[in-house]
Design a protein around this ligand. Structure first.
Ligand SMILES: Cc1cc2nc3c(=O)[nH]c(=O)nc-3n(C[C@H](O)[C@H](O)[C@H](O)COP(=O)(O)O)c2cc1C
Ligand code: SF4
Ligand code: SF4
Length: 259
């Protein structure tokens, strides 16, 4: 079996859960957080498979994932795979990974999507505990099949679908709405534990004079809101009274960025 590097990005644990499950089925594979490490040397080639596991954001890749793949130095003839975890709709997310790899002289050899609990609490209430359990059980079946396919180096190139609308959401709605930082509010329940700053994948939260200050690099990943142990963070009024979602198979320490 070829050496396999599984790159993942995960804010609330779904994509890490999926990456772990896939990696555990591929002997000698390595999982690498895209928020923590970036390989300086060229990777891939005939003897190494490369995978990307990440959540769908606005019908496409999270900005962090797109920038990461763009900057990676991947050798020709690499078996590249991508697995997108999503809550309800992923449109051309996987097609856009293929398009991005093509700009680097590569292509996406295998693409899969796995439905998992939706975490985007600024838009909706994440699912109940019972629903989460059944969704995750179902996702395991899909992931077992995906792992098997990757082990067998199956070729499954994603179709280009809903390209215009997908790009509109991901490029215009996602990147076009600025000033997110102004919408974060911290209630008196805050104990100053600093967890929100530690889980932020882009170091966008600073503690100044015992106050939390959000910068303008927000990925909108909702990790800060979802992992706050006091539920002290809200995004405008939209998240008030809504559940906070964290994948039950993933612990806070797994999400905290190791600097
Ligand atoms: C900013 C943002 C945008 C999202 N957009 C979509 C979307 O367009 N379609 C979808 O099905 N799920 C969307 N989701 C839900 C996540 O893709 C889904 O819950 C994912 O599994 C979370 O992965 P994680 O736990 O690894 O962070 C979005 C979540 C966030 C935070
Ligand atoms: S994680 Fe919550 S309680 Fe801890 S510092 Fe951040 S807002 Fe305050
Ligand atoms: S500030 Fe919060 S929502 Fe924005 S990137 Fe950091 S953890 Fe994610």
């Amino acid at each position: 079996m070829k050496h396999t590097r599984v790159f993942y990005f995960s804010a609330t644990g779904n994509s890490l859960d999926a990456a772990r499950m896939i990696s555990s089925g591929i002997k000698g594979s390595e999982i690498i957080s895209m928020a923590e490490k970036f390989p300086k040397k060229a990777i891939g080639g005939k003897n190494e498979s490369i995978g990307f596991i990440f959540p769908v954001y606005f019908e496409g890749m999270p900005r962090l994932v797109k920038n990461y793949i763009e900057n990676l130095n991947i050798k020709p003839d690499t078996y590249c795979f991508a697995v997108a975890t999503y809550g309800g709709s992923y449109m051309n997310t996987l097609g856009s990974v293929d398009t991005l790899l093509k700009t680097k002289g590569l292509f996406l050899s295998y693409a899969a999507s796995v439905r998992m609990p939706g975490n985007y609490l600024t838009m909706y209430n994440p699912p109940s505990r019972i629903r989460v359990k059944s969704m995750l059980e179902k996702s395991r079946k899909t992931l077992a099949k995906v792992t098997d396919d990757i082990l067998n180096q199956k070729i499954k190139i994603p179709k280009q679908r809903f390209v215009f609308i997908s790009n509109y959401f991901n490029k215009v709605i996602y990147t076009g709405v600025g000033k997110w930082e102004k919408n974060f509010h911290v209630s008196e329940k805050c104990t100053g534990c600093g967890i929100c700053a530690k889980v932020c994948p882009v170091d966008n939260i600073k503690i100044k004079n015992k106050r939390l200050v959000w910068g303008n690099e927000c990925e909108r990943c909702v990790a800060c809101i979802s992992w706050c142990p006091e539920k002290a963070i809200d995004f405008s009024r939209k998240t008030k009274g809504r559940r906070r979602y964290n994948n039950p198979n993933v612990k806070l320490k797994d999400i905290i960025r190791k600097k």
